[in-house]
Design a protein around this ligand. Structure first.
Ligand SMILES: [Zn+2]
Length: 234
């Protein structure tokens, strides 16, 4: 089931009260339209009845797509710094819903699910896109690490991130964008040859240590390698 609840907001433009239905959980198997809305960057958009200003509620929901094997705790962009604590919370919630502490029927579903934690809309959209393209999200994060090391100037700063935004089949490449997480303001695009993906995929030993760090916890995102000490190995 997909669950919505009313929330009271204040218009960021004119401060008029706005009530909207916020989603608490998305079941993409039953509501494929909601998955489509996330991919089209329009999910949880709303407008102010007084001044017409459009704005978007930050994500804070659980996403289930049993058919595609995805379970995602989608959190607001502003909570990125709490990623270790939220990883623990997401794992605990997953465990009671589909994991070790769930009923047998739910555990059967859970066995086929990859658990992920994301912050902000671009990140959760990216996870859906990666799955749609049949890619390995850890390898996509490795591509980003490679990009950071290879380009001369990167607009990296707190609140700025690099996301895969689409495949460019004609160019046999992937389009990545530097963007501002909270506002979803796109700063810069670049097309990276798919050859880079294949090269990383073809060298699992060379990337094993990085894979281990990226997959240590359900927040599979290269940003975790830059924030604080991170989680202890193991
Ligand atoms: Zn307004």
């Amino acid at each position: 089931m997909s669950l919505f609840h009313p929330v009271n907001l204040v218009c960021p433009h004119c401060e008029a009260p706005v009530t909207m239905m916020a989603v608490g959980s998305v079941n993409a198997d039953r509501r494929p339209d909601l998955r489509e809305d996330i991919l089209e960057d329009r999910f949880q958009d709303t407008g102010c009845g007084a001044c017409g200003e459009g704005f978007r509620l930050q994500p804070q929901f659980n996403y289930l797509d049993a058919g595609r094997g995805q379970w995602i705790a989608a959190m607001p962009a502003s909570r990125l710094r709490d990623h270790l604590e939220l990883e623990d919370e997401a794992k605990a919630l997953f465990d009671t819903s589909y994991g070790a502490q769930a009923p047998a029927a739910a555990r059967d579903v859970g066995n086929g699910l990859a658990v992920r934690l994301t912050f902000g809309w671009p990140a959760v959209r990216e996870k859906l896109l990666i799955k749609q393209l049949g890619l390995d999200d850890t390898i996509v994060e490795m591509m980003k690490l490679h990009i950071l090391r290879s380009v001369e100037s990167v607009p990296i700063a707190e609140g700025i991130e690099l996301r895969l935004v689409e495949a460019d089949e004609e160019a046999d490449g992937y389009v990545f964008a530097w963007l501002e997480t909270g506002s979803e303001l796109f700063l810069e695009y670049m097309t990276i040859p798919a050859e880079l993906y294949r090269a990383i995929q073809g060298n699992p030993e060379g990337w094993a240590a990085i894979r281990q760090r990226l997959e240590n916890g359900c927040f599979v995102d290269m940003q975790k390698l830059y924030m604080g000490e991170g989680r202890r190995p193991g």
